[in-house]
Ligand binder design. Sequence first.
Ligand code: KG4
Ligand code: ZN
Length: 410
Amino acid sequence: MCMVKKYFFCYNHSAMKILAIETSCDETAIAVLEITGKTTTPKITRLAHSIASQIELHAQYGGVFPMMAKREHAKAFTPLLATSLQKAKLLKKTNYPLSEKLITKIRTTLEREPDMGDALITFLSGISQPAIDLIAVTTGPGLEPALWVGVNAAKALALAWDIPIVGVNHMEGHVLSVLVQEKRKGQKTFTAEKLHFPVLSLLVSGGHTELVLMKDWHHYKKIGATRDDAAGEAFDKVARMLELPYPGGPKISALAQTQRGKNVIPKEYALPRPMMMSTDFDFSFSGLKTAVLYLLKKIAIHTDEIKAHIAHEFENAVVEVLTHKTLRALKKYQCTTLVVGGGVAGNTHLRTTLTNTVKKTFPKMKVYFPEKELATDNAFMIGIAGYFEYLKTKKGKRPGSLRAQGNLSL
Ligand code: KG4
Ligand code: ZN
């Protein structure tokens, strides 16, 4: 173990442990990663991967309220930290009173989350310092009040353990985590893929729909984005219209799946494919959502069968648009690799359609999707991106310099 103090890291770390924190939306997530081997060929082991989901709470209201999310993150954080350290076998209970000076620093850092401050101080006073070398935390994009909880908690831990910290762009987490692949299923050990640039990344989540060109590691150029709703947002809104619970993506997908390959969608349920033929790489899903609304208004009785046809047609429309534009971008920028990230990357129809279409046109194209359990928000992806961030400078930042930025872009 390479326990490093005062912001210095060994280059050839024999083993470096990262505690990763994610609180950008409605999942409080903490992961512990161990990195071994050379920096050029790292071996990444997932020691802990915990998520406290707020979905049930938000489902009652049909969406996420930022202040409610913030409160839930603050409540969930310390118990989740304990669970994660325990899973990583880094939790050792002892009486470890913190100095008054440190307690004051932690309280000041967490002055907006006083209950979390109390819980964290009590917890830290009862354990010996775990062998963590670096903290990685999402700083954006996301719901700013929710982001601040993770950022402040990360700062407090960095102060308490006197270790460095790196801020992570959530979207970079979605991209980079797809580029490390599990060596053997279930082994929890991952290695970074050798990449040939340019790489095209399709990012599809609840807040984003973007096509991003990567000319090299960390060099991102956004070539297109949604002009209104994100794909995941459209899934969630249409799900609400179909009286399906939040988050709607997986529910619509399951409903569409009951029809796929079995029943033809009646013509009267046809929906538009917005901006599919536009020459740019932008998207628009708001009109599609409104088209579903009008369609539902036109139909007097919404039987389960009708809802299933609409879910089927809606999913087809989103997937066709995403596939068409992605294919054109791959062609235009002569990419050899496609990476798909974000919650909607877990969509089965998108995975098969995009992979089959791309492979038909470009048989040699490498196509990467996240493992389904890693498609939606988690902290493992933040740990991966945090590690790559750390490699840029071989050192972390001082806690004081970190800020949450709701609209952070790649
Ligand atoms: O990346 P993510 O977990 O959170 C954000 O960063 O936004 O993405 C969540 C979004 C939600 O809108 C959810 O409905 C959608 O991803 N989603 C899906 C599926 N699983 C999650 N959309 C379509 N099909 C799915 N299987
Ligand atoms: Zn996300």
